[in-house]
Structure formats: structure tokens, C-alpha cells
Design a protein around this ligand. Structure first.
Ligand SMILES: Nc1ncnc2c1ncn2[C@@H]1O[C@H](COP(=O)(O)OP(=O)(O)OP(=O)(O)O)[C@@H](O)[C@H]1O
Length: 344
């Protein structure tokens, strides 16, 4: 059995990805007495732990999980904004996590990021025209002024913002329009891969669906591939082709969207899905998770979910479960699933 869900035409591959954030501590806090000897110990947040997954060309892989599970850290690692502590990131068949800044430049054009807060990605002192022209000029230094202007107008039109408003400043637009402009900024350089970190969670609910549909249209029209971070499962159901569920920086389950929603396997995925309100709900009802969430500073031995899992036994407390491929193609890291202890 494979230990990792295989994409058929992977654009992005994460292999055993790790990220630790060393904690700044005082000298005395780091000093420990061990076997009569004084040693210094560094403590670290284990934000991403041995994550392996692939993203196929043209798909929208959604990363879900509770706050603090490492979603944004994975996104920032993929975008090259953070350096991994271990593992590999391959893009289009080439390793990119160990590239210099200069060697990353050609990739910056192919890979764009959209953030939760469009205020943060748009300079308040630049007009929309200036904000959108900047990446076009940077990545296409030979383009004439007219070509740059045409490109900006074309992209503004495609995201539903009137190009005649391009001399306005970000504060003159609503939140939804600003996020459309942030998406336009990403699209100006004709990327192939978009990393979107909670791109609609700061927007009014009434606007969220419009922006999500815009991103889906852009995907179809421009052949984009998405790496989409969200904590909202209804967004995943609408947007994702596959879903990766993270818990404490560890991959619990990876499945195509329909399989995950119809037949979730990992106890954590089941609990997450049971919290989504449904009409005519005839499912098992809301699974209330008991127990403490361990800190990512002291990850437990064994399964990271054991302290909240109703199915945990001695093996779960001692041995970290490996992701194993299931008959329906999903990948699940859970001893209880492996041993058929969930439904029997
Ligand atoms: N620069 C940092 N230094 C120390 N710890 C960090 C740093 N960035 C993130 N962390 C920690 O890493 C873990 C994962 O954080 P991350 O922001 O990736 O989670 P998340 O799932 O995106 O959460 P949210 O949905 O709240 O944004 C958390 O415990 C967080 O406190």
C-alpha cells in the first residue's frame, strides 16, 4: 500500500514537510540538569510535522483544520515565505525549498498568493492602476506602457471591477471589491498556481459566494491550480477537488471532496464534519470532542489526536500512525481505521 496519495500529474509535491519555530527563551529557562550534567535545551513549536501530499494540475486542493493546526504555515512554506526545517517541496518536478531568492524569482511569476486581508496586500498610498501595474512591469520589463495598461484593464474587467475606477485608492472600495482587486493583482502576471490563505473569511457572508465564484471562474478560464486554505467546510464542499485535513500540523486524512464528505474516516474528520449544520440531517449528530488539545510545543508520543479521540488505545498513545491509502483512494493516518475499530 502506498503511504501517500499519489496525484497523477503533480504540479506541487510536499515530501515529509516539517516546520519548527524555535522559541526565544531566557538563558535560565533553557538550562537543564541531565544525568548530573548541565545542558541547554531549545524549545520549539512543531507547526508542521511530516506532511506529504501532492497537488495535481488544474485541481483545487483545500487544507482544513482548526485554528493553529498549521494551515497558514504550510501555505507560507509553499510560497517560499518560510524555510522548512525538514522535508522537500517540489514544483513542476524541481526541488524549490533550497533555492536562493534569485533562483526563486522566475517561480514568483508562476506562483501567486492571495491573503485573507486585502488591506494588507494593497498599498494604501497606491492607486489601483499603480498597484496592478507594478507586478506586470516587474515580471515583463519589455512590455510597452500601452500593453501594461491593456493588461491591467483586461484583468480588472475579468474580476468585475470597472477599469475606469483604476485611479482610485484602496480605501474607496468595499471589502469585497478590494479582495477582487487583490485577486486581479495576482492574475496580472498570468500565474498557474494560486496559494489562497483564507481569502474570503474576512468578507461579509453575502459577498463570500461571489468572490468564491470569481475564483472558480478564473480557475476554469485560466487553467489555474489552487492551494486553498480555509477553516470553513462549506467552502471546501463548493470549491475543493480534494481536501487535506490537518490536526496539530499533522495530516490526518486526504481525500477527494465527495469521498471525504460522504465517507469521512478519521475520527477528527468525522467530528469536524458533524459540526457543519445540514438540512434534513439524518447523520450521527454533532460529535462533541472531549479532552485537551496538546500544545504544539510538546507533541505527544503516538497519535496527535489521542487526547480527544474516543477510539484511542495503548497503540495510539505510543506509535504515531502512518498515512495509509484506503480502498476508495483516500489516505488516512489512524490506527483505529487501520484496525477496523471505528464502526464495528
Ligand atoms: N512565527 C512564529 N513563531 C512561533 N510560532 C508560530 C509562528 N507562526 C506560527 N506559529 C505557531 O505555529 C502553529 C501553526 O500556526 P498557523 O498560523 O500555521 O495555524 P493556522 O492553522 O493557519 O491557524 P489560523 O487558522 O488561526 O490562522 C501555531 O501553534 C502558531 O502559534
Amino acid at each position: 500500500m502506498s503511504t501517500q496519495t499519489q496525484a497523477t500529474n503533480p504540479l506541487l509535491e510536499l515530501k515529509g514537510l516539517e516546520k519548527r519555530f524555535d522559541l526565544d527563551q531566557g538563558f535560565l529557562e533553557t538550562v537543564k540538569l541531565r544525568g548530573g550534567r548541565i545542558t541547554r535545551e531549545k524549545r520549539a513549536v512543531h507547526a508542521v510535522n511530516n506532511v506529504s501530499l501532492s497537488v495535481d494540475r488544474g485541481e483545487a486542493l483545500c487544507i482544513v483544520g482548526e485554528s493553529g493546526c498549521g494551515k497558514s504555515t504550510v501555505a507560507r512554506l509553499v510560497a517560499g515565505l518560510l524555510t522548512p526545517s525538514g522535508g522537500e517541496i517540489n514544483y513542476d518536478g524541481e526541488r524549490i525549498d533550497n533555492r536562493s531568492r534569485a533562483a526563486m524569482l522566475p517561480l514568483r511569476k508562476k506562483m501567486q498568493m492571495i491573503f485573507q486581508n486585502p488591506y494588507a496586500s494593497l498599498n494604501p498610498r497606491m492607486t489601483i492602476q499603480q498597484a496592478l501595474e507594478e507586478p506586470v512591469r516587474h515580471h515583463n520589463p519589455r512590455m510597452s506602457r500601452g500593453e501594461v495598461r491593456d493588461k491591467v484593464a483586461e484583468v480588472m474587467q475579468s474580476v468585475g471591477v470597472d477599469p475606469s475606477w483604476s485611479s482610485r485608492y484602496p480605501h474607496e472600495f468595499s471589502g469585497g471589491q478590494r479582495q477582487r482587486i487583490a485577486i486581479a493583482r495576482a492574475l496580472t502576471v498570468d500565474p498557474e498556481f494560486i496559494i489562497a490563505d483564507e481569502p474570503i473569511s474576512a468578507l461579509d457572508v453575502s459577498i463570500q459566494a461571489q468572490v468564491l465564484n470569481l475564483m472558480l471562474e478564473a480557475k476554469d478560464q485560466r487553467g489555474l491550480t489552487y492551494f486553498f486554505i480555509t477553516h470553513d467546510l462549506s467552502v471546501v464542499e463548493h470549491f475543493g477537488t480534494r481536501v487535506a485535513v490537518l490536526y496539530l500540523g499533522t495530516l490526518c486524512e486526504l481525500a477527494d471532496t465527495r469521498t471525504l464528505f460522504e465517507n469521512p474516516k478519521h475520527p477528527y474528520t468525522r467530528a469536524l464534519l458533524s459540526a457543519v449544520p445540514k438540512l434534513n440531517d439524518d447523520g450521527p449528530g454533532h460529535i462533541r470532542l472531549q479532552g485537551e488539545i496538546p500544545t504544539p510545543i510538546n507533541l505527544p508520543l503516538g497519535c496527535p489526536f489521542q487526547s480527544r479521540c474516543a477510539f484511542a488505545n495503548a497503540r495510539c498513545r505510543e506509535v504515531r500512525p502512518r498515512p495509509l491509502q484506503q480502498a476508495d483512494g483516500s489516505t488516512v493516518a489512524c490506527h483505529a481505521v487501520e484496525e477496523n475499530r471505528l464502526d464495528g
